[in-house]
Structure formats: C-alpha cells, structure tokens
Design a protein around this ligand. Structure first.
Ligand code: SF4
Length: 350
C-alpha cells in the first residue's frame, strides 16, 4: 500500500512497518519537543473518540510529513490509553477508530473503479489477516474470519444459517465486506491493549494523561446524569448488564436489545433517551434505531412489554442473578420491588 492510502488506516501491517522504518525511539517521542505535534494529535484522537467521532484528515500527496505525524500519532494514542488503563476508554477508542476508518475507506473506494476497489479491499483484508477472494458480483470471506467478525454483529442476516457458504468461503456483498473489515479493524486496534508501558514514559506523559482522565470522568458522570432515570441499582441485574455492554460499545443480540429497550421504555425512559443509550453500539444507525425504539414504544399501535425471566433465560439474557431474582418471575417485578423497598424512584427533573 502507498503511504497516501494507509496513513488513515494506521493499524495495517504496512503502516506499522512504515512507522518502524522511521526509526523513532519511544523515549525520543516523550522527551524531544519535535514530536509534540504527534503527541498533540494522539491526544486529540482520544479526545475526539470520547466526545464523538475521530476526524480523519485528507492530505495532498506532497504532505508526507503531515501523513507521518498522522501515522505516528496512532501508536502514541495506544500508549496514552495503556497508561490510563481504562477499559471503557480503550473500547470506545477502538470503536471510533474503526468507525472513522470505515468511513474513510468508503470515500477512498468511491473514487476507484470496480477492479481497483476489489484489489484494494483484498489488500486491506490481507493486511488485517483476513482471507478473502473476489468473484463476479461479490466477494467471499473465509469461514473462520467470517465467524470471528460477524459474531460481533447481531442482526439476523449475519447469522451463518442465513448466508451462502461455498467450499469454506462465505459470500458477502461489497458493503458487507467493508462492515466485516471494520470489525476486523476494531479488533486490531484493541489487540493487546492495555500495552505494558514503562512507568517512566507514563510519568512523562502525566499532564496529557491527566487531561484525558478528567474528560473521561466528566463523560462518565454526564452519562450517568443524563441517561439514568432513577437509581440504576434498582434495575434488575440482566438490565444493568445489558446497559454496561452497550456503554462499552458492544453490539447486543437482537433479543437482549429488545429486552433492554422495552424495559427502559416501560419504566419511563423516553424514546430519545433510549436511542442515545444505544448510540455507543458499533452498528448504531440513528434512523434505524429511532424507528425500532419507536416501534417498541407503540408507534404502530402495539406496545411491547419486556420479556419474562423465563424468556430471558431461554435466550441467554438472564445474567448476574442475585438473591431477589429467586423471588421474582419478571424483571419488572424485580424493579418494582426494589423501588418500593428503597422509596420511589425520582423522576427526572424532580
Ligand atoms: S432472574 Fe429475571 S430479573 Fe433476575 S437477572 Fe434473570 S431475567 Fe433478570
């Protein structure tokens, strides 16, 4: 791959080899002012990931130095996150890095003809350790890779039973290939994190680490304030677990997402609040999520009630049972019992 193609896909093998070829020592980066620009960009990558989306710049072919800074900032961002050691921050960063790279990829591919686009995707897949083949009208991914990455995407169409499998290869459309590679990118960014970083390096980066920690704390506090109606401790363990997974950027299986959504709507969350909670999912599509949440809230005339404990157990969504669970048969009963016991849950604004 050319530098102009991978500076925004910094987790590829080519990118790592290019950074190695720059022969930059870790201690130089933290001690020499000349690398401040790369440190600044590394910090902004993390800040952008925590606050929204990572903006990927576009450079002209002549701007080799700027591209190198962009490339160098990626391993430094991983270093900073490793010093911080917060799993939420690491997952969020990996998710946003992959999402922005997926967008960047779509832009790059849209400027290529079909043949170029297919060989670019093949090369990228190879760089990420994913085996793909191209054929007329689509692509095929090895069964092992498909299972590894599609298992994180919980829409029914990704299930193997709904796919065409041909001699150990799964047939995928081009947009599906991009989505699967995005998942491979997310896995790649998260791989090995947190890294083992010499304490001296973390100490040297302490001012930047402090700033990121402050932002992280504010973000977590804001999330609690804005999105939690009443004390979350009154929610049943299965729902708290589903919320934890969503906040950590995991895709929930359809049945668990339904249980979470219907439960929250029933206890008084608004549609927008639920959509905002789901926004951390890697597959989040605001239009689709709003439609689904509104549907569950009763936009078509049918209001859905959350599933009972028996149904939750059948789908493997009954998680973290505690003593009270033995006395209830429905997550709502659990919640109401706890609310009654602890006093009425304050409504937002009261
Ligand atoms: S027993 Fe019911 S309330 Fe308790 S965790 Fe399982 S599904 Fe939730």
């Amino acid at each position: 791959m050319q530098l102009s193609q991978f500076y925004n896909l910094p987790f590829t093998k080519s990118a790592a080899e290019y950074v190695d070829s720059l022969d930059v020592e870790l201690l130089d980066i933290v001690y020499k002012n000349v690398y401040d620009i790369a440190l600044n960009r590394a910090e902004s990558r993390i800040v952008q990931a925590l606050e929204g989306d990572i903006e990927k710049p576009l450079f002209a072919d002549s701007q080799i130095t700027e591209m190198e800074v962009e490339l160098l900032s990626y391993p430094i961002a991983r270093l900073l996150l490793s010093c911080i050691g917060d799993l939420y921050a690491i997952r969020r960063y990996a998710l946003k890095e992959a999402k922005s790279s997926g967008e960047f990829l779509k832009g790059v591919l849209s400027k290529m003809d079909e043949g170029e686009a297919l060989s670019f995707l093949e090369e990228l897949a190879h760089e990420l350790g994913v085996r793909v083949e191209h054929m007329e009208g689509g692509s095929r991914m090895s069964l092992t890779s498909y299972l590894k990455y599609a298992s994180h995407i919980h829409e029914p169409r990704w299930k193997l039973v709904n796919r065409e499998v041909d001699r150990g290869m799964v047939v995928v459309r081009r947009d599906e290939m991009i989505r699967l590679l995005q998942e491979a990118m997310r896995t790649k960014v998260e791989e090995g994190m947190p890294l083992s970083v010499p304490p001296e390096v973390c100490r040297r980066l302490s001012v930047r680490i402090g700033r990121i920690r402050t932002l992280l704390g504010e973000k977590k506090a804001r999330f609690e304030q804005e999105n939690v109606r009443g004390p979350e401790r009154a929610y049943p363990p299965c729902i708290r677990e589903a919320m934890r997974l969503v906040r950590e950027g995991m895709n929930l299986p359809h049945s668990q997402r339904f249980a979470l959504t219907s439960f929250l709507l029933t206890i008084g969350w608004g549609v927008q609040e639920v959509v905002e909670l789901l926004a951390s999912s890697p597959d989040f599509d605001e239009k689709m999520a709003t439609y689904q949440v509104e549907h569950i809230a009763g936009s078509t005339g049918t209001t859905y009630t959350p599933p009972s404990c028996a149904t939750m157990q059948t789908y493997g969504n009954c998680m973290g049972k505690d003593e009270l669970c033995a006395r209830v048969s429905h997550p709502l009963a659990y919640y109401r019992w706890r609310v009654k016991k602890e006093g009425r849950v304050k409504k937002e604004g009261e």
